[in-house]
Design a protein around this ligand. Structure first.
Ligand code: DX5
Ligand code: ZN
Length: 231
């Protein structure tokens, strides 16, 4: 239903030369994924407002911010003001996630909600009709470079089935361990948006690595559609 997209995660980039790192991938993609971690929701701290503001000045790529923080209702609207195009939060830490979805929409942003490996799709079901993106984590959030968890993929298929049954339009994003060896399985399950950190920024030719992932995702999506698999 959506064209596949690759979103390189700058978590795997060299933060001391971030503008140049983003320029490296810009010929191949239209989005970069920005992992914001607060040391509370996850046991790691990455970046926040000043970096998002600097990225906004440095690139026209869409900034897809993934908030792994305990207080998204305070910080997500601020990040949109600083230039985030899309904001994804983990809704279990917010008292009223639907209101936050509406607030961010009123600001003009696209909005996603994320589920960790232990969380079922049913946990966010009442939000699905209102969001632009469902992020199905394929690693435990907190760190790049972890192994892909294939056991998360049935949730991608469930979400795709729910979307078809309810005439919804959200994208389905996978994040964690996406590489040449795993992207096709995620695409066959029904994912259309692929976050890739190490496999893109760890490559010598980042744009080529992103294009290669996209080709593999496209081929697997076409294959899933023609054989009746996926969604
Ligand atoms: C992990 C982050 C991911 C991370 C993925 O908590 O949400 O976006 O950057 O990194 P890789 O692609 O290396 O698994
Ligand atoms: Zn992420």
């Amino acid at each position: 239903m959506h064209e596949p997209r690759i979103a390189p995660s700058i978590l795997a980039a060299d933060f001391a030369r971030l503008g140049a790192e983003v320029e490296d991938v810009a010929p191949a993609v239209d989005t970069v994924h920005v992992d914001v971690m607060d040391g509370h929701y996850v046991p790691n701290i990455t970046l926040g407002h000043p970096v998002v503001a600097s990225l906004r000045k440095a690139t026209e790529l869409e900034l897809d911010c993934h908030l792994m923080i305990t207080d998204p209702s305070t910080y997500a609207p601020q990040l949109v003001e600083l230039g985030a195009d899309s904001v994804t939060f983990h809704p279990e830490v917010d008292d009223d996630p639907l209101t936050l979805v509406h607030t961010l929409h009123e600001q003009g942003a696209r909005v996603g909600v994320a589920i960790k490996p232990a969380h079922p799709v049913s946990m966010v079901e009442e939000l699905l009709a209102h969001i632009d993106l469902l992020l199905v984590m394929t690693v435990e959030p907190g760190f790049g470079g972890q192994a892909f968890r294939e056991e998360c993929l049935p949730k991608v298929s469930q979400a795709a089935a729910w979307r078809a049954a309810n005439a919804a339009t959200f994208r389905i994003q996978v994040d964690g361990g996406i590489a040449d060896a795993t992207v096709a399985a995620a695409a066959r399950a029904g994912a259309d948006t692929f976050v890739a950190g190490s496999s893109v920024f760890g490559a010598d030719d980042r744009a080529a690595a992103a294009r290669d992932l996209l080709e593999r995702a496209r081929a697997a999506s076409v294959d899933a559609t023609s054989t009746g698999g996926g969604a």
